[in-house]
Design a protein around this ligand. Sequence first.
Ligand code: GLU
Length: 305
Amino acid sequence: MEPKPVTGRFAPSPSGRMHLGNLWSCLLAWLAARSTGGGMVLRLEDLDPDRCRQEYCDQVMRDLEWLGLDWDGQPVYQSRRFDLYAQAFHTLEEQGLLYPCYCTRAQRLAASAPHRSDGVQVYDGRCRSLTAAELEELGRIRRPAWRVRVPQVEIQFEDRLQGPCRENLAWDCGDFILRRSDGVYAYQLAVVVDDGAMGVTQVVRGSDLLSSTPRQLWLQEKLGLPHPEYGHVPLLLSPDGRRLAKRDRDLELGMLQERYSAPELVGILAHAAGLIPEPAPISPRQLLPLFSWEKLPRADFSLEL
Ligand code: GLU
């Protein structure tokens, strides 16, 4: 049976040049959506004014085009959508779910329960029940971040690649931040609002974001938004087995472009994805009939280039 057309998305953070790991997720997200005859939208996640610049956004778009990946309509910039996030924030506030948190970073680190293996800290809830007097006093000292109060609830979902997943929001995650003390809305809120507003029905991204999914599913429910389907692709690691970082310059697209053409790079990634038997040059469009979820690897891997 032909799969139903979905709407997928690219959601890069324009804080530098894309690296091979970003290209890997973008290629798979594009193939997963386009192979159903579905749509693809582009959202530039430039919420953080300290890290994101217009020139990086332009570069991301040039890089996607260079690779042969297209999208529908105009790109969406998160930095221009604060009103939408404010509305959603207000909706949650009206449900009594938000509270101001005055903890400094040092306090948060000291007070949080033991970190989970993926680095998520479970907040101990010290600002959950401040008295009116305490709120007033702290309010004179600094501006608060805002947290959402999560219940003891088990969130379950079926990931296209990682299989059945579950998390108890209160135990495994704890109350999380929706707006930073400098007023910038958090990724978790923006991503949920935008996936909903942009009609995204399929989210394909790196498995480093798997642990964000329960929070996003829960927020979707609180905001009356539909749940997209999720597929978290394994991470492409550096040759010595670490997660790729912006500092891995030799796997940055600028460097790769000096050594490879776009079809060559796509061929290398498609081979790693199990879609072709040899890493031979190929275009994303030629890969469309070859795409299937069953062929994709499940475990993180590195590539010898
Ligand atoms: N902007 C995020 C990143 O580049 C991706 C967010 C998402 O796909 O939900 O890591």
